[in-house]
Structure formats: C-alpha cells, structure tokens
Design a protein around this ligand. Sequence first.
Ligand SMILES: [Mg+2]
Length: 263
Amino acid sequence: MRPLSQLTPKRLKNIRLVCFDVDGVTIKKGTFIREKETRQTETLTIRTQLLEERIKQKLLELKKYYFIAINSGRSTIYLKDVFNELLWDNVALIGEVGIFSLLDGQVVQHEKFTKATLEKMRNIRSALEKYAAKTRLAEAFEQKQFLITLHTRFEDNNVYDIVKRVDPEGEFRAIWSGEAFDILPKRLNKGVALANLCRHLKISPRQTMAIGNGRNDRDMVETAGIGVTTEPKVLEADYYTTGKSHLGGEELVDKLLELWTEI
Ligand SMILES: [Mg+2]
C-alpha cells in the first residue's frame, strides 16, 4: 500500500469513473437510530450527518471530468436526499448494496429475488425482530426496501447465529459495518454493484477507481482498477489516505482535481 500522495497522473490515464463509499468516506460517521413502540404507535427517530457544502462543491467539479458513483448500503431515498444536487448527468447513486440505483433519470432495480429468497428474507427479518424486542443491544431497523439493516450497539455475535439458524443453506450473510449489520444474499456486494454499473456504462472495471473504509467495501475496492482505503488497518487497497482533518473522500477528490491538469 502506498500513500495517496504517490498517485501519479500516469496511473489515472485510463480512469473514467470514481466510486465513493458514503459513511466515513464522504459523510461523517455516526447515525443515531431508535425505534419506540407503544400499543398504538410506532416512532422511528433517525439522525444522520449531511454532506458538507465544501465536499459537495468539489464533487460537482469532479464530475466534469469523471463519472461519479456513490455506492452504499443506504436506501436510494436517503442517497437522493443527500446527493440530490449531483444528479443526473455523470452520476449514479447505488443503494442497498447494488439492489437499486438512481441512474439516467430512473430508479433501476438490478436484483430480482425468487419467491424462496424473499420468503427467507422475511423469516430472517422476523427472527431478528423477535430478538431485537428482547435485547437492549439492538437499536432499530433502518428503512430499506429489501436489504435488512439492524443497528446494534456493537458487533453482537447473536446476529450471525440467528441468520445461520434461519438460513442453514448459507444463502445469506451478515456483514458488520461498524454501526449496523447488513443482511443480504451472499452473491450481492458492492463489487458486484460496481461491475453492474460498468456493464451499463460499457466501460471496464479496470477503468474505475474506488474508495472505501470498511470490510463491506473490500469487493468494491478489489473490483476497481485502483483501490483506495481511508482505514488501512481495516481495509487493504492500492493507496491509503493520510489526512487527519479531512474525510478520506475529500482527500481523494482534492488529489484528483490537482492531478487532472497534468493528465
Ligand atoms: Mg464503508
């Protein structure tokens, strides 16, 4: 791994697309989510960080030169709220780990699930709901269409056991993101999502660069021609960001804008 400062214009020659993770990379981490249920009502409270104006302006500048993909486990509704002003040209917002994207003025569902998979999804969700009701570790389920996202106080191993019990065939897996578990079919990951987008745009994954920070970003960073990590201890990649005061995503945008004139 090399520091991002060693990235050269020559390496960027064939790059057409830059793919960003969201939480901890383009937006500060820290989602607060709670669910409260009484006999008659249900209250869901969510507090998340917003995209900083400065970073937004830099992304708008960057999309003059590169196609920008935002690749996240978040719902496309959340992504559209936050990255609204980047739409529509030269941008794709990939949500729910590639199940959906906002692209070319459309909401596209990339993954179709069989009846059996949907049923298993429902069974996993209801087993986790039962568990969440009796433990203080679970905070809330994030609103998504298909992806099951359960926020817990820490990496609670019971979640892995529950998924295994309901799905002994191992079609699904749970991934810990640092603040929540995403539970989804094994064949889906952010790398597959990036490859799907490349197929749509008729470019090769080698012509892409991707930046992430967690275990759930590994496939994405490996699929891309150039991988960047903001957390080299957690995630390996070709390059790592070093800035302490900035989000890693901003450091990458700064570097790309700086090098662009030399390409
Ligand atoms: Mg991440």
